[in-house]
Design a protein around this ligand. Structure first.
Ligand SMILES: [Zn+2]
Length: 172
């Protein structure tokens, strides 16, 4: 496995998912790309096909085609204007070339989704921003098993210490 820091440009990163087989599942090109399907994942510059996990500005770009949940599609178009969107309803697999794409609730904000990418011989789960605690504004997160897990951890470093929700809600 080739290690890469997010944002670093690496043309290919091969990942041995199953013993005896080596193939490229994804690579970084200033963002995460599912190599097989030519699908950019939360890439912040225009792409031909871009999965948008949710409509926060650090996850969107004016893609030619955006794949996202219906709610994210509405928010995405409010921010960027009318655009071509392919809706990914939660838990309903959609064929994408030789891949199956399935969105699952991420528990982060309205419309937020994790993306399960499945091929006959492997699976990959990209979380986007997610929250495992009970959310107040959207469906709770649903985790799917996968061979490869890629987590978005914007505030995952120890220097980020957030107050408990009870404290925040009590101070309104
Ligand atoms: Zn977010």
């Amino acid at each position: 496995m080739t290690k890469a820091k997010f944002g670093q440009t690496i043309v290919t990163a091969e990942h041995k998912v199953r013993p005896g087989s080596t193939f490229t599942v994804f690579h970084y090109d200033n963002g995460l790309i599912i190599t097989d399907g030519g699908l950019a994942i939360d890439v912040r510059r225009r792409q031909r096909n871009g999965f948008v996990s949710h409509a926060h500005t650090d996850h969107i770009a004016p893609h030619e085609v955006a794949l996202c949940t219906a709610a994210t599609g509405c928010l995405y178009q409010l921010r960027l204007g009318s655009r071509r969107v392919i809706e990914l309803p939660y838990r309903q697999p959609v064929d994408w070339g030789n891949l199956r794409l399935t969105a699952y609730p991420a528990g982060h904000c309205l419309g937020s989704a994790m993306l399960l990418v499945e091929r006959d011989d492997m699976s990959l789960l990209y979380t986007g921003d997610f929250k495992l605690a009970q959310p107040l504004t959207c469906e709770p997160a649903e985790l799917s098993a996968a061979d490869v897990l890629i987590m978005e951890c914007t505030f995952g470093t120890p220097r980020h210490r957030m107050p408990a929700r009870e404290v925040i809600c009590a101070t309104r």
